[in-house]
Design a protein around this ligand. Sequence first.
Ligand SMILES: Cc1ncc(COP(=O)(O)O)c(C=O)c1O
Length: 399
Amino acid sequence: MDYKKDFKFLEKNIVYFDNGATTLKPNRVIEKMDSYYYDYPSNAHRGDYNISMIASTEFEKTRDLVKEFINAKNREEIIFTSGSTESINMAIYGYFMNNLKSGDEVLITKSEHASIVIPWFDLENKLGIKVKYIDLNKDYTFSIDNFKKMINSNTKVISIAEITNVIGDKRDIKEITKIAHENNIKVLVDASQSIGHIKVDVTDTDIDFLAFSAHKMLGPTGVGVLYGKEELLKEISFIKGGGTSISFDSPKKIVYKDLPYKLEAGTQNIAGVIGFGEAIKYLNEIGMDYIEKYTNELKEYLVSKLEDNENIIMYNPRVEGSILIFNVKDVFAQDTAIYLNNHDICVRAGDHCDKKLYDELGVKNTVRISLYFYNTKEEIDKLVKVLNNNNILEESLGI
Ligand SMILES: Cc1ncc(COP(=O)(O)O)c(C=O)c1O
């Protein structure tokens, strides 16, 4: 299927291969946000006049769409945030900081994004908990056996991505949660890279907390979600208080509103949340199974084409998914990215917020190609052709 017509940006004929950083926005998402600003540009949940009520209704419709999209049990379990990073921090500082004590252990891997790693190590410093790495397999994918080996009576949390942002491997969250819960371990899942690529089902997998950003699933920047089981969210002490989160306020007595409003203090990103709802509707029309299958096939095609070029070193060619990291022999990753940019191909170069993994990989940086359903084989053919050039370094440096 050709989805290019749904994205005005793609009329520019730029090849966009940086979907792991953020996805493009379909026209209908942009139009939906425009219509908020043009037709009912009011605050939500606060006005007793028509356009404010429309804003509130549209805002709350997105909560229902998110609930259905991740199959949560009820809408109060969906908290709007500014993105994955805030959602993860909210769970860690709002829930775990109050429920962990010195000596408790938290399991992560060296393949996690900085937004998981940083707050956990901060909590290690603050509380004296221990953050431990589960060893990865030789191909840097997750190992259930290694996870089991790490469990002891002090293990209280496992905090990992469902799909990682460098290797792109998909973890079996249902199995991980089952093992975790048998051992009284809570599960915090970073769904930043999975939410727009595979079907995420919090009820089937029995996840405790789930975090994701709208902008990685066709929605706008500045919007995200923290899902939590209701009984856990009720226990969260919020990390920000203010308007909407309280029902009665006096210097002596503060009464917090019920979920979800207790955790959504202040004016929200109303246009963003409304646009996010439109992104979910569009994803539902396309189908998550289709997106997963198509992007997996596209990656296989990419790998098969690059295998013919002996100057290309691929680090995760056999991992199923939509992400490929590679380098051109003797060319610094950023130089390759600049060279590709000169050919209107957008890729990311660097350590992708995951320095620890790069220590394991034995390189400092790589180029990352992250695919989505609007990418095509023709675009990959263009990339492959452009990479079949022995003068990449010279051309990127303009010599
Ligand atoms: C796996 C993973 N986790 C968390 C994040 C943070 O997302 P955000 O910057 O939208 O908060 C990212 C962003 O790249 C990511 O890839």
